[in-house]
Design a protein around this ligand. Structure first.
Ligand code: AHR
Length: 528
């Protein structure tokens, strides 16, 4: 038996006791340490990622102003409304691997004059109809902050510098004038800039030592407002260095040691793939999977916790003040593409299982909120673990979308430690907790509790003590279905969506939750 804990300023944030796999108990008692508030759970961990990949941008977001599909300046109204409804806090663009073959100049100016390029990573042609102005318009319509990945591998620091000025300059320089001539008088609101994407792989197959040097060079010419010699620059965006893949702590250590002072955050990519092996990513299917595949996917998602703890240990050594954020700017399930679709488009359906991967992962991020300050699920529309799937004018909200909808109250909420010991489930590759619980005090003053029950066979009754906190009412939602692969299809009646949750009772500080098998429950406590 071993105990895993996360410490912040001496306070234990989450304790999970790992024991030999056992059957779920009927009633499991635990506590919510309402008197030991932890860090703020950044709203940005509910961030999105939209790449020029398959139908992620074209069809998914951009249909053009002349399309019969209802749009505002070429951007789909249904998609914007859906993402706005879940308060999409930040969106990363234009890649991914695509970022390192992207020339920002191809995507500005009159659309009928823009060049068409080959999309060498994901296939097909890149018509450049969706460029800088369209991206910032999309973010503004959706009410989202912006995260732009620059081309580090096939472009230069000079190209980056010009793009940054084009986006942010308030001056009379030619780049600002060009932006104005292209229809945007004011600078765009740029929140974050990724310098490098998967520099260890599609971003140039670099060693960490080489990348750290390159990063320093790019960061020097980033000319961030406030940094040395740049007290009056208009670029206030935070710089995000390309970070490790999975549990590659060597990358983390070398890059932080050599370039840490020049970054505000470092990224991490972790995908949930079959057996944790990317070369087996086409083994598991999104739909019609055998029940035995359920646990393995939930186990691989749970590994995020180990991966974060490994990187945090390195980060805490080199950056003990936690100045540098850890941005998990690509995560989610990666299955075989849907039969009949172009394999390079990474289009997959999305089921109840994905909603539980999302909820389990968000619960993990909450427990690591002191360091994890952004995450971007891959991807927003039509690619991998998407929020939304489109087919012509039709759109479906996926179970993952509904998980994000249910988690909205956790945006910028204050983490409350939960102490509970779940039984363990067994997968091909290891054991993982049957359920995860996260609690927080939200900006609206209410306590919210989320339970992701990954056990496909057994429900659980949780008896949680709130300490000195008392409540008189409880309300909430549950997301579940009888089929393991319940999913929604554009143009068809929804198979799965959140329903009112009736399984909770509260008496003072005693909370009882009857959580169904394979379900996600989020409740709000009311009154004193
Ligand atoms: O999200 C799809 C791809 O996965 C991204 O382009 C790349 O960064 C990662 O390998």
């Amino acid at each position: 038996m071993r105990k895993i804990g996360h410490m912040l300023g001496g306070a234990l944030l989450l304790t999970v006791t790992l024991a030999a796999p056992v059957r779920a108990q009927n009633v499991i008692a635990g506590t919510i340490a309402t008197d030991q508030p932890g860090p703020t759970i950044s709203r940005n961990i509910q961030g999105q990622f939209s790449e020029h990949l398959g139908r992620g941008i074209y069809d998914g977001i951009w249909v053009g102003p002349d399309s019969p599909i209802p749009n505002t300046r070429g951007i789909r109204n249904d998609v914007v409304a859906a993402l706005k409804a879940i308060k999409m806090p930040v969106v990363r663009w234009p890649g991914g691997c695509f970022a390192d073959i992207y020339n920002w100049r191809d995507g500005i100016g009159p659309r009928d004059k823009r060049p068409v390029r080959k999309n060498d990573w994901w296939g097909g042609m890149e018509p450049n109809q969706f460029g800088t102005h369209e991206f910032f318009d999309f973010a503004e319509q959706s009410g989202s902050d912006t995260y732009v990945a620059i081309n580090m591998a096939t472009a230069t620091p000079g190209v980056m510098r010009e793009w940054m000025d084009y986006i942010t300059s308030r001056g009379d320089d030619t780049l600002a004038q060009e932006r104005r001539a292209n229809g945007h008088a004011e600078p765009f609101k740029l929140g974050y800039v990724g310098i490098g994407n998967e520099a260890w792989g599609c971003g140039g197959a670099q060693s960490p030592e080489y990348f750290a040097n390159e990063y320093r060079k790019f960061a020097t010419f980033f000319h961030k407002n406030g940094s040395t010699f740049h007290m009056h620059n208009d670029n206030t965006a935070l710089r995000v260095a390309s970070g490790p893949n999975n549990d590659d702590t060597h990358w983390m250590e070398v890059v932080l040691k050599n370039a840490g002072p020049m970054m505000d955050a470092i990224s991490l990519h972790y995908y949930t793939v079959w057996h944790g092996d990317w070369t087996q990513r086409n083994t598991a299917t999104a739909l019609n999977f055998p029940p035995a595949q359920w646990n393995e996917i939930l186990f691989q998602a749970w590994r995020m916790d180990d991966v974060l703890r490994a990187h945090e240990a390195v980060m805490d050594q080199i950056d003990p003040s936690k100045r540098i954020g850890l941005f998990v700017d690509e995560w989610g399930t990666w299955y075989a593409p849907e039969p009949g679709t172009e394999p390079g488009h990474l289009y997959q359906q999305n089921t109840l299982r994905d909603a539980l991967v999302a909820a389990e992962t968000l619960n993990i991020f909450h427990a690591h909120a002191a360091r994890v300050r952004m995450a971007n699920i891959a991807q927003a529309v039509n690619v991998l673990q998407a929020m939304l799937l489109t087919n012509g004018a039709k759109m479906a909200k996926t179970p993952t979308y509904y998980a994000f909808a249910m988690y909205m109250p956790f945006q910028d909420a204050t983490f409350l430690p939960v102490h509970v010991t779940p039984p363990m489930l067994t997968a091909d590759s290891g054991h993982f907790p049957a359920f995860t619980v996260s609690a927080a005090k939200a900006l609206d003053g209410h306590i919210y509790i989320a339970v992701a029950n990954a056990d496909k066979d057994r429900g659980v009754r949780l008896a949680l003590d709130l300490g000195r906190e008392k409540a008189t009412g409880i309300s909430g939602q549950v997301l579940t279905a009888s089929k393991l692969d319940a999913h929604n299809t554009p143009g068809e009646k929804e198979e799965i969506s959140p329903q009112p949750f009736m399984g909770g009772t509260i008496g003072g500080s005693k909370l009882m939750l009857d959580i169904p098998a394979k379900s996600l429950v989020v409740v709000r406590l009311d009154g004193k």
